[in-house]
Design a protein around this ligand. Structure first.
Ligand code: GSH
Length: 206
């Protein structure tokens, strides 16, 4: 089988979602490191050749380039037995992947970015707003995981991998101590980490 090629960088939790899916599914893949901090995703040539949306991750599948982590995860769920979804699971999984892209990852990734990487540092009010938006999304997931082991039912699906894109980064980067403040999420992270193929973001993408 031709290895998948994942255009990614190690700080990118959206890339980590896909890397984790490939690794847990036991699929062969090669890393194509994107020089995000050097401005590669803003280069017209990169946008023309790799992703017109200007974002990582991009997964090359036999020469075809897929972008948007949710689309890529869905593709992998359709092609890897370990990630396959039932008819019943599919809409529920999609509901959580969309919630993740719109609220959970969107807020958490932006908050982490602003507080950890942005120069110049953002205004305090912007940070406070993003922290509050992130905490709101965390509360929803924390409550949901109080009654079930995984995001959809009793087994790992791509919905878990989507929501897990950023939570495994160091708490100093996130600005949230999930292990202390969100016990249901912490237990869920433990269940994800038990899967063979799981590695922390900087180990898997580093
Ligand atoms: N919804 C997209 C988000 C992708 C995204 O925001 N990627 C970031 C890295 S984690 C990026 O490349 N951003 C480039 C930019 O915004 O200029 C996905 O899930 O793939």
């Amino acid at each position: 089988m031709t290895p998948y090629r994942l255009h990614c960088f190690k700080e990118s939790g959206n890339s980590y979602k896909v890397a984790l899916a490939l690794s847990i599914a036991g699929l062969p893949w090669d890393k194509v490191v994107v020089d995000y901090f050097g401005g590669e995703t803003r280069q017209p040539a990169w946008r023309a050749e790799v992703n017109e949306l200007g974002e990582a991750p991009v997964l090359e599948v036999d020469g075809r380039k897929l972008s948007q982590s949710g689309v890529i995860l869905l593709h992998l769920a359709e092609h890897a037995n370990a990630l396959r979804l039932s008819e019943e699971e599919r809409p529920e999984v999609l509901r959580w992947v969309l919630f993740d892209n719109h609220k959970f990852t969107a807020n958490l990734a932006t908050y982490r970015w602003l507080r950890t990487f942005a120069t110049p540092a953002p205004h305090e009010a912007v940070l406070a707003f993003m922290r509050q938006r992130t905490a709101g999304a965390f509360d929803i997931v924390e409550k949901h995981l109080g009654t079930q082991r995984f995001i959809v039912g009793d087994r790992l699906t791509i919905a878990d991998l989507s929501l897990a894109g950023y939570v495994f980064y160091p708490k100093e980067e996130l600005g949230f101590d999930i292990q202390t403040e969100y016990p249901n999420m912490a237990a869920w992270m433990g269940r994800i980490a038990q899967n063979p193929g799981w590695q922390a973001p900087y180990d898997l993408l580093g």
